[in-house]
Design a protein around this ligand. Structure first.
Ligand code: SAM
Ligand code: DTB
Ligand code: SF4
Length: 353
């Protein structure tokens, strides 16, 4: 790692896969202005810093999940007020996808509260994927653990991305999830890569982990066989009834440091400012975009919890001079910002005083 004085904006960035936890901790420990400078410099080498990619989320199968993820409102075992619903009908999903497209989304992500899909669920999900794809949207799904055959069937249906998170540092993992191992997640990610799907993999911060454990989380992501194409960094949304409700709030600057280091470690990946934006100030989000975050979920709901309303996001983009990114994929399969294609709500922009 270059000393502060040796580093210049514009230094070539070659993605590395051999980061040590000590190196990652040293980055997290940098004075914040220096860390932001480095992350912003690296961000510019692969992306236009004024562009942010936008995805819409839809919960196609909500609640009733048998897993014990301590953060999750959809786990059956916690009393969170989320009613279990069965898998949505394809036509209802397509109607939501049409609305998302009209509102400016380029990617539509379908989430299901499953430990893993049953083989009999796959044709139904495949029909949703094929339908969403035929609308001209990129497709993404997050359905839990997948077998190799299931991953291939989803790819064949037209799936572009699969989201499957490692969630936290290997050392911290056992205090958050006990019903499946981290290795199960690596196995699913392997099936997803082998099927030729793009990977979306990140996790959650603000779950009571230490800075050293945030380093371990980021190092684990950056030393996987391939960097995830997309790295969602969620800030814990505290939901009453879950074991993590009442966890001490993460210092917002620690959140920005996590985003900046994700950008530095995975310079060509999309870094998604994911769950938790509703609880963030506009200023914190602006710092995150400056630190290299270049993707968000928009729409008033994530899966079961709230998200900033679309008009607020549009106004924030206007105030910050940000534009909606259309994603193109290079020969190595990495996503890049392309032309600007829409306002967030697909409407003419209003003047911002
Ligand atoms: N059931 C599937 C699974 O766990 O892989 C897919 C859906 S699950 C809700 C997708 C991701 O949402 C989780 O891996 C977690 O990172 C994130 N998530 C869930 N609840 C959250 C919360 N309260 N705050 C922040 N992120 C959350
Ligand atoms: C991810 O990492 N974050 C999104 C998406 N992948 C599927 C989900 C966030 C869920 C937040 C809690 C909820 O709304 O239920
Ligand atoms: Fe189930 Fe996914 Fe929630 Fe875990 S994160 S309880 S697997 S829906």
């Amino acid at each position: 790692m270059p000393a502060v004085s040796e580093f210049r904006a514009g230094d070539a960035v070659t993605p590395r896969h051999d980061w040590t936890r000590t190196e990652v901790e040293a980055l997290l420990d940098l004075p914040l202005p220096e860390l932001l400078f480095r992350a912003a410099s690296v961000h510019r080498q692969s992306f236009d810093p004024a562009e942010v990619q936008i995805s819409t989320l839809l919960s196609v199968k909500t609640g009733g999940c048998p897993e014990d993820c301590a953060y999750c409102p959809q786990a059956q075992r916690y009393d969170t007020g989320v009613d279990a619903q069965k898998l949505m009908e394809t036509e209802a999903v397509l109607e939501k996808a049409r609305q998302a497209k009209a509102a400016g989304a380029s990617r539509f992500c379908m989430g299901a509260a499953w430990r893993s899909p049953k083989d009999r669920d796959i044709p139904k999900v495949a029909a949703m994927i094929a339908g969403v794809k035929s609308l001209g949207l990129e497709t993404c799904a997050t359905l839990g653990m997948l077998s190799g055959d299931q991953a291939q069937a989803l790819k064949d249906a037209g799936l572009d991305y699969y989201n499957h998170n490692i969630d936290t540092d290997p050392e911290h993992y056992g205090s958050i999830i006990r019903t499946r191992e981290l290795q199960d997640r690596f196995d699913t990610l392997g099936h997803v890569r082998d099927a030729g799907l793009k990977t979306c993999c990140g996790g959650i911060v603000g779950m009571g982990e230490t800075r050293r454990q945030r380093a371990g989380f980021l190092q684990t992501l950056a030393t996987m066989p391939a960097h995830p194409d997309s790295v969602p960094i969620n800030r814990l949304v505290q939901v009453e009834g879950t074991p993590l409700h009442g966890t001490a709030e993460l210092d917002p600057f620690e959140f920005v440091r996590t985003i900046a280091v994700a950008r530095l470690l995975m310079p060509k990946s999309m870094v998604r400012l994911s769950a938790g934006r509703e609880q963030m100030s506009d200023e914190l989000q602006a710092l995150c975009f400056s630190a290299g975050a270049n993707s968000i979920f928009h729409g008033e709901k994530l899966l079961t919890t709230g998200n900033p309303d679309v008009a607020h996001d549009q106004a924030l983009f206007d105030r910050l001079g940000l534009r909606v990114m259309e994603v193109t994929v290079d020969a190595e399969g990495h996503d890049h910002g392309g032309t600007v294609h829409a306002d967030i709500v697909g409407q003419p922009r209003s003047c911002v005083a």
